[in-house]
Design a protein around this ligand. Structure first.
Ligand code: F6P
Length: 544
């Protein structure tokens, strides 16, 4: 049997020989050849260092990684998150096939999914219609989601992305950081009697979330007291102002939340994949259950495409393989996500957790040190802002940074020719990156010889262009699923476990010990010399 990575070497031998400029000269039809549509998205990947031979070799790499079988194992609920002994079934959250059955430990999970979705729908209707009342009988006007990581980034990203679909008289806030400023500034903007807190935490133990939730609870009780409620009634008001999104019923009840108002999910949904389930409650309140269903439909369409399309016409597979070509073939350390739509401003941040928490692993599935580079660094900003900031480095710097350009043909907010200008930049940037500007072109334009090297653009910078008609709940769902599956494919090829996140544990544990030392009468001095000195400095500043 061949080492599957030989196929990458074969791909590289061809890929490294020709520039993107040369490839376009040779084959003017490549834009058509290297493009496809799926679930409302058009992907043009022709501005990459590829030709048919390169793609053929990359497809072999995918096949020899057992990708087909792994996709089925995920969709059918096999326990592919082996280090935690869990199935990975975020796709079940948006499985809209009424006849489908997906079993985990012999039990079909879909009836539970549908039950929670219906519970979310009823609850969000009652908030949107003003039927859910606070302690003084007033309608809810403010919704504060308290959560972090996957319990924050998805709702934040999607709430902004789908702003045109939101009920504008409801205001949404997202508190994630354990920095008290985050909570304090939010509480300054809302009235307790009109505020609903959604405590979003899969485990209901996360320090940041639970500290913020407890502080919010104290605040609500004290505001209710100020409004004239007895201590008992003020405490009772918690049930009207707090709901929970969690898998941990016992901890939720202990907090004082009525378990009727707990929206459950399951250990087979990873935090960073949890947006289309209970974690999406704030989003459902914002956009309503009908639009939320459309979001799920978009996810589901991309899921079906991913599961059924042959690899050569499979958008997540193609994106994943191109990423591998640059990471493992060219040694690119990062890729850049560039949405040309202000509503997608938080998409890069969302993608960072999805990709880096999933594939930022250096140990393979056999417990050995991975000898290949794995998950890349993901970064990005909305497009034209980036152009006036870091694009200089992408165009003329020394690092190779493949970019994903994401744009929409129609805007929700037509004003004069602004959208044409935005999209002109969107298209022009990929053109500039691919084709550059030669020294000769500079000279022809009359650039003085001493400035020619500075004004030359090498080009040959790879980009993918993702284009949809309009950013809607459906296209957003499909976009998220596209990247989820891309990340999955890469994890399979790298032979790493993409669905655990042990790398976040150590810091959490050490923070507990440090916290004790920050507040103790006498610090333990048990840390390293640097940490001990920092703790001492902090204590001194606070007069401890
Ligand atoms: O930081 C690690 C992590 O477990 C993420 O994976 C997760 O999204 C986040 O913390 C929040 O976890 P929880 O929803 O349990 O509060």
């Amino acid at each position: 049997m061949t080492d599957k990575w030989e196929h990458l070497d074969a791909a590289m031998t061809v890929s490294s020989k020709k520039t993107i400029q040369e490839l376009f000269k040779e084959d003017p039809a490549r834009a058509e050849k290297f493009s496809l549509e799926a679930a409302g998205w058009y992907l043009d990947y022709s501005k990459n260092r590829i030709d048919e031979k390169v793609m053929k070799s990359l497809m072999k790499l995918a096949r020899e990684s057992g990708l087909k079988e792994e996709i089925e194992r995920m969709f059918t609920g096999k326990k592919i998150n082996a280090t935690e002994g869990r199935a990975v079934l975020h796709t079940a959250l948006r499985n809209l096939d009424p006849k489908a059955k997906i079993k985990v430990d012999g039990k079909d999970v879909l009836p539970g999914v549908r039950r929670v979705l219906a519970q979310m729908g009823d609850f969000s209707d009652s908030v949107r219609r003003g039927q859910w009342k606070g302690f003084s009988g007033r309608k809810i006007k403010n919704i504060v989601n308290i959560g972090i990581g996957g319990s924050d980034l998805g709702p934040v990203m999607a709430n902004l992305a789908l702003t045109p679909y939101t009920k504008r008289n409801l205001k949404f806030y997202f508190v994630s950081n354990v920095d008290s400023t985050h909570l304090a500034e939010t509480l300054r903007s809302v009235k307790a009697a009109e505020t609903l807190f959604i405590v979003a935490s899969k485990t209901f133990t996360t320090q940041e979330t639970m500290s913020n939730a407890l502080a919010a609870k104290e605040w609500l009780i004290s505001e209710a007291r100020k409004a004239g409620l007895s201590l008992k009634d003020a405490k009772g008001a918690v049930a009207k102002h707090f709901v929970a999104l969690s898998t941990a019923a016992k901890e939720v009840a202990e907090f004082g939340i009525d378990v009727k108002n707990m929206f459950g999910f399951w250990d087979w949904v990873g935090g960073r994949y949890s947006l289309p389930g209970a974690i999406g409650l704030s989003l459902m309140i914002a956009i309503g259950r009908v639009n939320y269903k459309k979001l799920l439909k978009g996810y589901y369409k991309m899921d079906r495409h991913f599961r059924t399309a042959r690899f050569e016409r499979n958008m997540p597979v193609i994106l994943a393989l191109l990423g591998i070509l640059y990471s493992n073939g060219y040694g690119a350390e990062s890729y850049c996500c560039l949405p040309y739509d202000q509503y997608l401003a938080r998409f890069p941040a969302y993608l960072q957790q999805m990709d880096m928490e999933s594939n930022g692993k250096c140990v393979d599935r056999d417990g050995n040190q991975s000898y290949r580079e794995t998950g890349p660094i993901v970064w990005g900003e909305p497009g034209t802002n980036g152009q006036h900031s870091f694009y200089q480095l992408i165009h003329q710097g020394t690092h190779l940074i493949p970019c994903d350009f994401i744009g929409c043909c129609r805007t929700h907010n037509p004003i004069g020719d602004l959208h044409d200008k935005l999209m002109a930049n969107f298209f022009a940037q990929t053109e500039a990156l691919a084709f550059g500007k030669s020294a000769d072109e500079c000279r022809k334009e009359g650039v003085p010889e001493n400035l020619v090297p500075f004004k030359t653009f090498e080009g040959n910078k790879p980009t993918n262009t993702l284009l949809c008609e309009k950013l809607t709940p459906e296209t957003l769902g499909a976009l998220v699923a596209l990247y989820e599956h891309k990340v999955f494919v890469q994890g399979v090829i790298w032979n790493i476990y993409s669905f655990d996140q042990w790398g976040v544990q150590l810091g959490k544990v050490l923070a507990k010990g440090v916290l004790a030392d920050l507040t103790a009468k006498k610090p333990s001095g048990k840390h390293d010399a640097s940490t001990n000195a920092l703790v001492a400095k902090y204590r001194k500043a606070l007069g401890r």
